[in-house]
Design a protein around this ligand. Structure first.
Ligand SMILES: [Zn+2]
Length: 226
């Protein structure tokens, strides 16, 4: 049985929902993981041209399959995942499974998934030191955030900006409102959002649709890949 590397949220047993977060480095991908993929997933995998994109996709699928396999006591290949797009029905939508809420994210060196019993959004972004903070901040951040950003320089500024961005993405992923919504809007009522520590090169945030802060358990995905 795996033990979490970190737990944040309500002390002891608060009223908030449990959320599992699993992270793995992109270098952990192995060809043998492809065995557990279904036809749709193999097609998607083959569609990625760059090896690193294949590795990220393969690891995301593998984490989802293995975490759910553990949760539902099934072989990973038997976990039924639905990727139908809510717009057109084609299998390029957000991954879903019956009885559980999922969110998958990857950027730079990291792949992560969040699993909960209510809508959840996980986002990781590699910090890009060259990001044009001012250009994006104007359309994507609240006025308060823009003011706060002015207190930072250089890489600290890029990190702070990326933190805000991941929070926003996590909320959008949890609520499913899509990028058509106002990017500058504050966090909606009934959504909890928090930062997750993933080291200095990446920023990450988790959002959960619930009235109370979640109890978040963070795991090392390598434990599932052995
Ligand atoms: Zn579609």
């Amino acid at each position: 049985m795996t033990t979490p590397r970190g737990v944040t949220g309500a002390e002891g047993r608060g009223g908030g929902p449990d959320v599992e977060v699993w992270w793995v480095g992109v270098g952990a991908a192995r060809d043998e993981f492809v065995r557990d993929l279904d036809e749709v997933e193999r097609g998607r995998l083959a569609g990625y041209l760059r090896e690193v994109d294949q590795a990220r996709f393969l690891l995301g699928v593998t984490l989802v399959r293995r975490v759910l396999a553990r949760r539902f006591s099934l072989p990973a290949a038997k976990v039924v995942l639905d990727r139908s797009c809510s717009e057109c029905g084609k299998p390029h939508g957000k991954v879903r499974a019956t009885g559980v809420e999922l969110s998958v994210t990857h950027s730079g060196d990291l792949v992560g998934i969040a699993v909960a019993d209510r809508p959840v959004g996980l986002d990781v972004e590699q910090v890009d030191p060259g990001v044009d903070v001012d250009a994006v901040a104007r359309v994507a951040l609240t006025e308060a955030q823009v003011r706060e950003l002015s207190g930072y320089d250089g890489i600290a500024r890029a990190r702070a900006f990326t933190t805000y961005w991941t929070r926003k993405e996590a909320v959008v992923k949890a609520t499913g409102e899509g990028l058509g919504g106002d990017l500058r809007a504050a966090v909606p009522d009934g959504v909890q959002v928090q930062d997750l520590d993933v080291g200095v090169d990446h920023r990450a945030a988790l959002a959960v649709v619930d009235a109370e802060a979640p109890v978040v358990k963070v795991y090392d995905g390598k434990e599932l890949l052995g």
